[in-house]
Design a protein around this ligand. Structure first.
Ligand code: D9A
Length: 413
């Protein structure tokens, strides 16, 4: 129902949503016949629908390598997240995981729902991994080794300083950026991107997720997950969980705005990383999650709802982002437009207002300096804000067709 109401409010979501549905149907038909590849691609679709589609459009070799890389990372994540595993069992597994991916006999049951299936049938992932080219295997093993060691370090270490925060995000997301840059390079279509830019691609996505998922993480049972750095939240409250209580709303929003301002630091590096990409499929694979992230940050900024539930971009907008992201002009326009949504929300009494404004203006300047903005009106916002009358007409025509079809079938019965 929610989605129908959303379409009624945004009728121009309909077409992109239909295209997304068709594309995912199409993608599911393309699942390879071999049992281990079939398992890997069906698992990929289960754990991340929209992202799986973006992976699907990569070239065959790279697609298989990214699919396996994604599942190995999800498995590592599942071990890290499973609070029922004692630390003295969990740490050795995280550190040795880079060796286990080569061993089809290795098995460790943990996690819930589809992640438990991934762990219980992980031998399929190992079989597929062993079929990848050596360059891809080496890149995946190297990143898995460094991420496992980093995760093990933070099992018993809290995220205190902003440096801890950047270090933790480097281990669980920055290294994913580095790994993908290595896979793109190994596929022979891209130069090897500088680590600093690859790291920023990961940190911008991870920090957006950590901000968006505050309430889900703090309410995690049995042990809450605390990724917000004490150096930031201790300026507003005495305990991180205090941010969720009604009486601390003003302080909570100020702390949220501080976290969003921190995440905006990585945007210019991400724009540099994406503007250097040559391959269209790789470009879309990298740009779509980044646009989702700036959209989510614009939504979360100064928004008390982050402490009341999970604030997410609606599926229609996700469909539009996937449908309309084809080149760097689209990226500059999207970052410019979403910054324009965030900017008017900056209230001058916010302790970080000046810093937030300067970061937003730096982002908009980077987009303006690209020289592409004056050519085109806007990426999504215009269509967001004004209901295109044509869309409403088309919507009712489709409705009329459906009714006449339904009434004619009922009449013929
Ligand atoms: C990514 Cl192989 C991720 N993460 C994401 C997804 O995008 C990045 C996990 C594994 C892989 C890739 C990603 C995509 C393209 C280029 C990248 C990159 O770097 C150059 O990673 C940095 O979020 C997870 C990390 C952030 C931890 C890296 C996008 C994704 N989005 C979810 C939506 C969501 O809300 O999580 O998975 C989805 O679409 O379901």
């Amino acid at each position: 129902m929610g989605s129908l109401a959303a379409v009624l409010r945004h009728p121009d979501d309909l077409y992109p949503l239909l295209k997304l549905k068709m594309a995912s149907r199409q993608a599911e038909k393309q699942i390879p016949p071999e049992p281990h590849w079939a398992f890997c691609y069906s698992m990929l679709h289960k754990v991340s629908r929209s992202f799986a589609l973006v992976i699907q459009q990569l070239g065959t070799d790279l697609r298989n390598a990214v699919c396996i890389f994604y599942l190995v990372l999800r498995a590592l994540d599942t071990v890290e997240d499973d609070t029922s595993i004692p630390t003295d069992v969990k740490v050795p597994i995280l550190i040795a995981f880079h060796r286990h991916v080569y061993d089809r006999e290795w098995h460790f049951s943990c996690g819930t729902k589809e992640y438990k299936v991934l762990m219980d049938q992980f031998h399929h992932v190992s079989t597929a991994f062993l079929e990848l080219g050596k360059g891809y295997q080496d890149a995946i093993e190297d990143i898995t080794k460094r991420m496992g060691a980093g995760m093990a370090k933070f099992i018993c270490k809290e995220v205190e300083s902003i440096d801890d925060y950047d270090e933790y995000c480097y281990y669980v997301a920055g290294l994913v950026g580095l790994g993908l840059s290595k896979l793109f390079y190994a596929s022979g279509t891209e130069d090897l991107a500088p680590d600093s830019l690859s790291n920023s691609m990961g940190l911008f996505l991870q920090k957006t997720n950590i901000i968006r998922d505050y309430l889900e993480d703090i309410n995690e049972i049995p042990k809450c997950r605390m990724f917000w750095p004490r150096e930031i939240w201790s300026k507003y409250v005495n305990k991180l969980e205090d941010l969720k209580y009604e009486e601390n709303s003003d302080k909570a929003v100020q702390c949220l705005n501080d976290m969003v301002t921190n995440a905006l630091m990585h945007v210019e590096d991400c724009l540099k990383y994406m503007s250097a990409l040559r391959d269209h499929a790789i470009f879309r694979f990298c740009a779509i999650p980044q646009i989702m992230a700036i959209g989510t940050l614009a939504l979360c900024y100064n928004n008390i709802e982050v402490f009341r539930g999970v604030v997410k971009m609606r599926r229609g907008l996700t469909a539009k982002v996937i449908d309309r992201t084809n080149n760097m002009t689209d990226v500059y326009l999207a970052f410019y437009d979403f910054s324009n949504i965030l900017k008017p929300k900056i209230n001058k009494n916010d302790p970080n207002a000046t810093k937030t404004l300067s970061r937003v203006e730096a982002i908009q300047k980077a987009c303006m300096d690209s020289g592409v903005l004056n050519k085109r009106k806007s990426y999504i916002i215009q269509s967001e804000l004004r209901y295109s009358s044509t869309m409403i007409v088309i919507f009712f025509i489709i409705l009329a067709i459906i009714f006449s079809y339904l009434s004619s079938t009922r009449a013929s019965k």
